[in-house]
Structures are given as C-alpha cells and as structure tokens.
Design a binder for this molecule. Structure first.
Ligand code: SF4
Ligand code: SF4
Length: 296
C-alpha cells in the first residue's frame, strides 16, 4: 500500500507522523520525502545515504540558423516557455515543463533536446530496516512536481524488487499543485490536523482540494486537547474516520526539537503509532494504485 501523509498547512505534525509510522511499521516499508522544497524527514530518520543523483528535465535548445519563425512551437506550448517575436525565437527554460512537444512539431528540426537541473534525489536506509528516498529542489528552481515524479520513478524498481514493501509519502503542506502531485501516487490519504480554528480552516481546504481525486481519506488529530471541537464536528459531518489522536504534550515538542522520532523517544507514543499502523492496514483498500505506480 502507498499512504500519503498530508496537511492543509505546515507545522501540523506531518513529518512526526510519517517518521513515527515508518519506525513502528512491522513489515518492509519505504519512507519518501516528497516535500522537496523543504525536506526534513531525513533529520528524524537519519538514514545512511547510499546514493544520490541529479534529476533533470528535458528542455528545448534552439538552432536559430534553422528556425524559419513559423511559430508552430510557440502555438503548441501551453506554458509560454517558447515564443517568436518577429523573426526572433525566444526560449524560457525555467518555464518549460519538459513535454517535448515543441521539439516534435518543429518542421525544420531547429529544436533539440537539452536539460535543466531540477534538484537531487537521495536514497538510503534508516535503522537498517526502513527504505528511504527524498528529493531536494535546486535553489532557484520553481517547479517541484517533475522532481517528485523523478523520485517516485527512481524508487519504483527497488520497491518492486522488495515487494511487498509499503510506502509512506511525506507530502508537502497546503493545497497547491505540489501537494496534489505528491498524493497522486497514493492508495489513500491521511490528513494531519490540529483541533484549532486555524487548523480546521486549512484542514477543510485540504479535504476539499483532495476530494476530487476520489481516494479514501482519514484523519489524524495532532495536539489533541488543544483548541476546540470544530475539527471533530467537521469529520463527523463528512464521515471522515479519525484514526488516531496524538495528545498535546510538551515532551513531543521536545523530542521533535531534538530531531528524535517520537515513537522511538516516548514508549506511550510508540503504542499510539503501533495501533495507528494496525488501523491503517485495516483501513487502506486493495492495492490497485500501488500496482499502477510500481508495476508490482
Ligand atoms: S518542451 Fe513543452 S513545455 Fe517546454 S517549451 Fe517545449 S512545448 Fe513548452
Ligand atoms: S517550430 Fe521550429 S522553425 Fe518553427 S518557430 Fe519553432 S523553432 Fe522555429
């Protein structure tokens, strides 16, 4: 199964949940940090990094001597990453999504394939039993979804070879394109929220953003005991199962600030996450998406 751990806003405890779940998972598991703009899962799992590679995207490179300014490429590109001004061809590699369409339609073969660096992919193992992958976006790079797809493509052969491995995705917070892209490969989405008015507001936005994907969704309430009951009321009205409540406890914040996995640092948290892992395995449906993503 592939489970995405997501949240409507940052700081709700998404990485705490992902790292602790991976820690207590009682069968082969791979933890993946797709929060590629600000990856931090490695700070908690402290994996031994066994490999890394640069991820790139295909961008067009122009041979202006062949260009007849026919505009076929500019008319095709939905992202305005290539255009013709008068008789001058202009390319904007930072805006290119790497579809290759312009190269394919150019009648003069004036465009060839070049590359733009997206960032890096790192992989390894944590505590000798948890597979680990992460993406880290290049400073100045604006597009994170292509790097996320590269991370998932990189782990697919290893995950298929180690089947049946389960995969836990630490998704970026929010409801924008990167967050949607990160949960797309999952069988089910777990939304982490806190029971405060702000938490409830962003949680509802995330639920609304992910609902069209028609994936099963469940909720983990972090810092339970803080705030009010509005998150609980919303879950009830939307028939969203609450799989676990993590108490509001200063010791969790201390463990987090020391870069510790809370399920390792606190025995009672180990029990909470062990029960959560068992509930997740009962709740997540058949592994149809996993097969589609990993071919396994
Ligand atoms: S590869 Fe696709 S996105 Fe990039 S410039 Fe060409 S048509 Fe536009
Ligand atoms: S399609 Fe080829 S020939 Fe036409 S404007 Fe683009 S690069 Fe130039």
């Amino acid at each position: 199964m592939i489970i995405a751990v997501a949240s409507g806003k940052g700081g709700t405890g998404k990485t705490t949940v992902t790292s602790s779940l991976a820690w207590v998972w009682d069968r082969e598991v791979t933890a993946v940090d797709l929060d590629v703009e600000e990856p931090n899962l490695h700070l908690f799992l402290k994996p031994e990094i066994l490999g890394r590679e640069i991820a790139t995207i295909e961008v067009p490179v122009a041979d202006e001597s062949k260009c007849t300014a026919c505009r076929a490429c500019a008319d095709l590109c939905q992202f305005k990453a290539i255009t013709v001004l008068g008789s001058v061809l202009l390319t904007f590699p930072e805006m290119c999504h790497g579809c290759g369409g312009c190269i394919a339609v150019c009648p003069e073969k004036a465009l060839s394939s070049g590359t733009r660096e997206l960032g890096e992919i790192l992989w390894g193992r944590a505590a000798s039993r948890i597979g680990f992958y992460m993406g880290r976006l290049r400073f100045g790079e604006a597009m994170s979804p292509p790097l996320m797809r590269s991370v998932m493509a990189k782990l697919a052969p290893a995950a298929a070879a180690n089947a049946p491995t389960d995969i836990l995705i630490d998704a970026p917070p929010g409801t924008s394109c990167p967050a949607i892209n990160a949960v797309l490969p999952s069988d089910a989405i777990v939304l982490v929220t806190e029971p405060t008015p702000f938490g409830n507001h962003d949680f509802r936005l995330a639920h609304a953003a992910f609902r069209p994907l028609k994936k099963p969704m469940a909720v983990i309430i972090n810092r339970a005991g803080l705030g009010d009951r509005s998150v609980y009321a919303y879950c009830r009205s939307e028939h969203l199962p609450i799989l676990a409540e993590i108490p509001f406890d200063r010791r969790l914040a201390e463990a987090y600030s020391h870069g510790q996995v809370v399920a390792e640092a606190l025995p009672e948290m180990n029990r909470v996450f062990t029960e959560l892992a068992a509930r997740l395995r009962e709740w997540v449906p058949a592994e149809s998406v996993r097969k589609e993503v990993l071919g396994a």
